[in-house]
Design a protein. Structure first.
Length: 599
């Protein structure tokens, strides 16, 4: 087999090689590109492979990694810059040795970037020191845990500073306090501007098949184990990975709470359903819980409201799978893809850095399909919002489908709502659309509780189709697409009372308890978007999205006014989604068409 022997090489264009051998003290610097190696990467002593400016390493179809050597690959990733908040990670590298194949990882392999190619090993603080530091980079080992095939909170395994994290195992780690103004790449992006902490992962690059063990109804923290993006849809929908149930869960945390005490935490799991290989999938945000010291639920609180693109998991991203059977799941080189973080479909869950370069491009798989779906928001007791997503897909059945229907991971909430599917609580449900179908909801109330239902988002679903909430208590239908329906229920479990329907076979009830009057109109003659607010609702913000999901117009702190006007003269002709958010976190949305032709 032909090998490429390197003394030094700087790559600024896409490069494909059969196999790479780095002689001692050699290096390769790859900038803003993909490096594809068909077979092995052999890094001899003191040699280095630097991936910079969103560069990534992809390797061929071999099932067993042949990577070897005491030299190291270096790749950056940024996590949250807050020593009170967790990120879920999965390392792209392991220990570098002459042994062939993937090896374990530990946080001693994390570094603080100093220049383009040099780095300072992170200081690993003892478990008695809870607070990480940005400069010099110091990581608290107290918060490094892994979760493997577990069914309760007590089964988190403490790792600390030990190199006990196997390839494909995820781990938790808190961020750092302070800032670090070092700009190693000379791009104006510093190590820690106060919003994101950069880590330099250095070690042997992971490659080939990487297996994780799963147990029925148990959870495992895993993630993207490669120094490239992971096509999450391809991994979850791989026929050999059905034990994952085809769903990924992402930890979200209320970052306004600065405390190390479990009783103060507010967090939960956002849920990603891929639906189909080429689709962009569906993500619903976490509903934040707070906890007692033993990990049991205490009270409920906020909802994250995050909208995070998950189709391509970036380098280092960790996530949880909740298995539906005993077995294994296998990450493969076939699941790897070159897709730059920030490119629209790849985001690492952290504080957003305004300095972060956002460019995207795929090495393959450029197709993207927006799943037809609706999102149902329910404001519970005027405290928090539970979001559910109903997807319409030809791949879906009326039963449970891998990669489509997603279990509720936070079902311990005392008051909650979910889809009721085969005696389980689901936050995402998929089906083939039929006008006569009724989709049951399950309502749980431990005290007298108030539920306010409304449709928050409609994507690729006919605007002409009505959406009702049927209430079997009085056999009434409520148009929740155009107005909210609020109802107070006594303590109990309601499995048969509420259903989503698309056809009114009885009398349409006026939502007498609450009817929101808010009208959004596009005035193309005057190149302006207008909103009438006859109920004098208190409006918190306004956003206008194009059909790619990008915000093209926004305003905050609108307060209460009878009407609002926004100029659309600078926008291209097309279809847009207008979204107004009330102080009660109710979304008022409508589709508009901008022509700016005066017609």
């Amino acid at each position: 087999m032909k090998k490429t022997v390197l003394l030094f090489l700087i790559l600024a264009t896409t490069k494909c090689l059969s196999q790479i051998y780095f002689s001692p003290n050699a290096f390769m610097y790859v900038k803003n590109e993909v490096l594809y190696v068909q077979e092995n990467v052999n890094l001899d002593s003191n040699s280095n492979l630097y991936l910079r400016n969103n560069s990534q390493l992809l390797q061929g179809s071999a099932s067993t990694s042949g990577n070897t050597g005491t030299g190291k690959l270096s790749v950056y990733q940024e996590g949250t810059a807050d020593n009170f908040d967790y990120n879920y990670w999965c390392s792209p590298v392991g220990n570098a040795s002459a042994v062939s194949g993937n090896e374990n990882f530990g946080i001693t392999m994390l570094n603080r970037p100093a220049t383009l190619v040099t780095a300072v090993p992170a200081v690993i603080l003892p478990a008695s020191n809870y607070n990480g530091i940005a400069n010099p980079l110091s990581i608290s080992s107290a918060w490094v845990y892994k979760l493997t095939n577990a069914n309760n909170y007590s089964q988190w395994t403490f790792v600390g500073g030990a190199s006990l994290i196997a390839p494909g195992e995820g781990f938790t780690m808190k961020g750092t306090g302070g800032t670090d103004s070092t700009d190693p790449e000379g791009t104006g992006i510093v190590n820690n501007p106060g919003s994101a902490q950069r880590y330099d992962f250095r070690g042997k690059p992971n490659d080939g098949n990487i297996s994780i063990t799963l147990g029925a109804n148990n959870s495992t923290l895993t993630g993207n184990p490669y120094p490239s993006a992971l096509h999450l849809n391809a991994f979850l929908l791989d026929p050999s990975n059905t034990a994952t149930a085809g769903i990924a869960y992402f930890w979200e945390q209320d970052k306004t709470i600065n405390s190390h005490y479990l009783t103060d935490y507010r967090g939960g799991y956002g849920t990603y359903s891929p639906i189909a290989l080429a689709s962009n999938g569906i993500y619903v945000p976490a509903t934040f819980n707070s906890y007692n010291a033993d990990g049991s639920l205490n009270t409920t609180g906020l909802s994250s409201g995050l909208v995070i693109q998950r189709k391509y998991s970036p380098v280092g991203q960790g996530f949880v799978v909740n298995a539906n059977a005993n077995g294994t799941a296998v990450f493969k080189n076939a699941h790897r893809i070159f897709y730059k973080e920030g490119g629209g479909l790849s985001q690492f869950e952290k504080h957003t850095s305004k300095d972060k370069e956002s460019k995207g491009g795929a090495f393959k798989d450029q197709t993207a399909e927006e799943v037809s779906h609706i999102k149902l928001n329910t404001i519970i007791n005027s405290q928090f919002t539970r979001q559910l997503a109903l997807a319409f897909s030809p791949e879906a059945t009326d039963g449970i489908d891998n990669g489509i229907d997603a279990l509720n991971m936070d079902e311990a909430l005392p008051d909650d709502v979910a889809f009721w599917l085969e005696n389980g609580n689901y936050v995402i449900q998929g089906l083939n659309f039929e006008e006569d179908k009724r989709i049951p909801l399950i309502i749980k109330a431990t005290t007298n509780a108030t539920f306010k239902f409304y449709i928050a988002e409609v994507v690729n679903f006919s605007g002409a189709h009505p959406i009702y909430l049927y209430d079997a208590h009085d056999q009434s239908y409520h148009d929740i697409k155009n107005a909210a329906y609020q109802v107070t229920v006594a303590p109990g479990l309601y499995k048969d009372r509420f259903k989503i329907t698309f056809k009114n076979t009885g009398s349409l009830a006026l939502n007498s308890e609450i009817t929101t009057q808010f009208f959004i109109i596009q005035d193309n003659a005057n190149s302006s978007l207008k909103a009438a607010n006859p109920d004098n609702l208190a409006i918190k913000s306004f956003k206008l999205y194009n059909m790619l999901g990008m915000v093209v117009l926004s305003a905050k702190n609108l307060e209460t006014a009878p009407s609002y006007v926004f100029s659309t003269s600078g926008l291209s002709q097309g279809i847009y989604i207008a979204e107004f958010l009330t102080v009660d976190n109710e979304k008022l949305t409508d589709k508009i068409v901008i022509s700016n032709t005066g017609k």
